[in-house]
Design a protein around this ligand. Sequence first.
Ligand code: HEC
Length: 160
Amino acid sequence: MMKCVVGFGLLFLGATAIFTATAQQEAPSPEQLAINSTKTRQAVFKLLSFNMGTINGMARGTIEFDAAIAERNANRIAAIAPMIPEVFAARDTREFAVETEALPIIWDRMTEFSEKAANLVAAANTFAEVARGGDRTATIAAVRAFGGTCGNCHETFRVD
Ligand code: HEC
């Protein structure tokens, strides 16, 4: 009987240790959360850049013009861009030593920051519509206004 109690006691201790270890693993430090959030938003920008790169390449003539691909990529950008303000609003990383080009004023001027992301969505939708028309000249002519909405946010909110 005594052995049994000790056995259960050890089992209980073991289970507690495992539970504690798991709980610790599941609760990352505030610093780790800030690092993760920074990586997530940079991934959002990498995806935007990947899709924009093809369109810029078509404008420069380094990538063969394809209206359907231009339209598709613009639609993707319109779908991804709302994540910009979302991911910044979800975590303020100003107090942490993260590797970032994001300026701290983003969190002070969230409305203006969100507007610039909304401008990108609108420009992407407008561009997609032009590309849908299939006209090469008109589509290429529309690239600058579209891409300008990326730079317009970088000017104010990103390290030079
Ligand atoms: C609403 C503001 C905003 C808009 C719009 C915006 N960006 Fe950015 N972008 C930023 C900020 C802020 C950073 C810095 C992120 C960081 O380092 O944490 C950034 C970073 C980047 C990076 C570097 C990502 C990395 O690997 O660290 C690329 C590339 C980029 N943007 C491309 C684009 C492109 C292309 C567009 C348009 C299709 C765009 N951005 C639109 C604000 C914006």
